[in-house]
Design a protein. Structure first.
Length: 621
């Protein structure tokens, strides 16, 4: 019997489903779904007759996917701060993080999603998805089950990332492993499964999804392309296309499930978990390579993939899919990110302020880090001849951004906009100003106007999985397993090859005019002969390539790196007589993390108090 709480949520959700973008699979009208006479009588058996009602369970699983569409968690790391003083992430990073105050928690969200998916499994084969055609019925059952397996794997992955950790008994635990629907008669006092067992379940769910789903949703033109098991049931091309064709594009596919399995493996093989996870770096590298081989390895590497958000024609709904993006949210026309993150003079809130720590991580165009005495870095001209990704991702002092074509001055002196003197963008000038001397630029379009009186919204894409992320995951695992230049599995590329491609795409190893240096990317070659140096380089490249995509917090924790690095900024003053600028690095925000245990997130305190079998992670109360 469906509980009242679940039923209420389903009704709210299903009101949305009638116009949901996945409507190709909804086979029953919404009209009779909400008749007052029936609404209060509905039970699980009703879903067998009403496919839309049943499909709502799966949609609820999709609705619980914890992918973020805004830059959120980076402000709790050394990459950024926020000027929103009431931010939960700011408070967490400065000392309030606790088991009963955890903005990073995925416990309720993901467990709810798993509960609905497990309920869906109990009815999926009974529902009349296509009563008049046995082939369509079986194809729908297979596809929907495949999606459910993949969704459950993702939800467990995020639970492991947020809540996996060592308890006082020295065991590395995951979360309670639930693969059947819990009802009123279930025993809710469940112990946490080991981390290794949770990983095995994620792998098994991904494998099941890959068996049931096509690699990609594509229309076919001939019956010969239909899998034999469906041909024997009488399937034709139009029926196959209805279920597995392009109308289902952007649902969870076999390719996506394969990538999720690789992500789980990288997490499990990371320093924080590898001792008891049962997964080695070699296994993680192999799983990442499986994903990359589908696009031809480095031949499929998108040479403009690092600036997908600036490729305006490809952001439009009519555009072809971007080769950089493996899975994404639907395209959205809005001004949300710009409203939050534009500088004040562009009518934004300036919420995410990149740190000096991050800015310093961008090398010179030669590829050398700015700390290298041979890099040519000039602290009195700190943005000159730097990695072009810095200009792509960060608004620094003097940046010309937006169609207004005037300088954003983040120093302590006024900007001149036409005949006006402007200071709102200055360091700590107003409550919407930058605290670090920097504003976010990555992910923002420069042709948006967030001002309500002259609103101009534009199309945006929000990636869930980018191929660059998988390339970096392969490089990390392969280098850890075999070193920078080894390829024992004959994949056709090495950790070194991947990082070389990423750095060449960024324009490293060139002079200020973009010409290749005769000596090439010298720093990369130095790292190629030293596994430890290559590890640090790969981690830095991941930091730069994925900055502001909500990866940094989880990366620091799985690498067991310090969380409490003080966030720094840049104060820029101008001599009024000479016009000369002076640059002073300042401390902006002290971070109050306890590195001895906070590399592992807590189990919610309310759950530990409620269920005696639920062990807390070591160090958390």
């Amino acid at each position: 019997m469906i509980t009242k709480n679940i039923y209420r949520r389903l009704i709210s959700l299903l009101l949305i489903i009638c116009s949901f973008s996945f409507s190709a699979v909804l086979l029953t009208s919404c009209d009779d779904m909400f008749e007052p006479a029936d609404e209060n009588k509905r039970q699980a058996d009703d879903m067998v007759e009403e496919s839309l009602y049943a499909y709502g369970l799966l949609m609820y699983g999709y609705g619980r996917l914890p992918y973020l569409t805004t830059t959120t968690t980076d402000i709790a790391t050394d990459d950024a701060v926020t000027n929103l003083k009431t931010s939960n992430y700011l408070n967490m990073a400065t000392g309030t993080w606790a088991s009963d105050n955890n903005p990073m928690s995925q416990w309720n969200n993901c467990k709810d999603g798993i509960q609905y998916i497990n309920l869906f499994f109990t009815i999926v084969e009974k529902v009349k998805w296509a009563p008049s055609a046995a082939s369509k019925q079986q194809m729908f059952v297979d596809r929907l089950k495949g999606e459910a397996f993949g969704l459950r794997a993702i939800l467990y992955y995020y639970l492991l990332q947020a809540h996996g950790g060592y308890a006082d008994d020295g065991t590395l635990y995951g979360v309670p492993l639930l693969t059947t629907f819990e009802d009123g008669g279930s025993d809710f006092n469940q112990s946490r499964a080991t981390f290794a067992d949770c990983v095995k379940q994620c792998f098994a769910d991904c494998d099941s999804a890959m068996l049931l789903l096509p690699t990609d949703y594509e229309d076919i033109g001939s019956e010969t392309q239909i899998p034999e098991k469906y041909r024997q049931l009488g399937a034709n091309a139009s029926g196959y296309n209805l279920v597995f064709g392009t109308k289902a594009k952007n649902l969870l596919s076999g390719r996506i499930a394969e990538a999720v399995k690789a992500q789980v493996a990288l997490l499990a093989a990371s320093p924080a978990f590898r001792e008891q996870s049962g997964v080695t770096s070699a296994e993680a590298a192999t799983l990442c390579a499986n994903v990359l081989k589908r696009i031809g390895g480095l031949e499929g590497f998108d040479t403009t993939g690092n600036v997908w958000y600036k490729n305006k024609p490809k952001l439009e709904p009519s555009a072809a899919e971007m080769p950089e993006i493996l899975w994404r949210e639907d395209r959205h026309k809005n001004a949300d990110q710009e409203r939050e993150n534009y500088p004040p003079t562009l009518y934004g809130q300036g919420r995410v302020n990149p740190s000096q720590n991050l800015v310093d991580a961008f090398p010179m165009r030669s590829g050398r880090p700015i700390t290298d005495p041979n890099s040519g870095y000039d602290p009195n001209n700190p943005y000159a001849n730097r990695d072009l990704r810095l200009t792509d991702d960060v608004i620094y002092n003097g940046t010309v951004f937006h169609t207004k074509k005037y300088e954003i001055i983040t120093g302590t002196y006024p900007a001149i906009h036409g005949d006006q003197s402007e200071t709102d963008d200055n360091l700590n000038s107003i409550d919407r100003s930058t605290r670090t001397g920097y504003y976010l630029k990555k992910l923002l379009r420069d042709d948006v106007s967030p001002l309500s009186s002259s609103l101009i919204e534009q199309q945006h894409i929000y990636p869930r999985i980018r191929y660059t992320e998988i390339f970096l995951a392969y490089a990390e695992a392969a280098n850890d397993a075999w070193g920078p230049k080894a390829d024992p599995t004959n994949v056709g590329f090495t950790a070194y090859d991947v990082i070389k491609a990423i750095r060449e795409r960024a324009g490293l190893g060139t002079d200020e005019f973009g010409r290749k240096l005769p000596e090439g990317d010298v720093y990369l070659e130095e790292c190629a002969n030293d596994q430890v140096k290559m590890t640090n380089l790969i981690r830095n490249e991941r930091r730069l390539e994925l900055c502001f995509e909500n990866k940094r917090f989880w990366d620091l924790r799985r690498w067991l790196l310090p969380l409490d690095e003080t966030v720094k900024g840049m104060k820029i003053d101008r001599n009024e007589e000479t016009g000369e600028l002076s640059y002073t690095i300042i401390n902006v925000e002290e971070r109050n993390y306890n590195n001895s245990y906070q590399c592992y997130g807590p189990i919610p305190k309310s759950e530990v108090l409620k269920w005696s079998n639920l062990k807390q992670n070591k160090g958390w109360q």
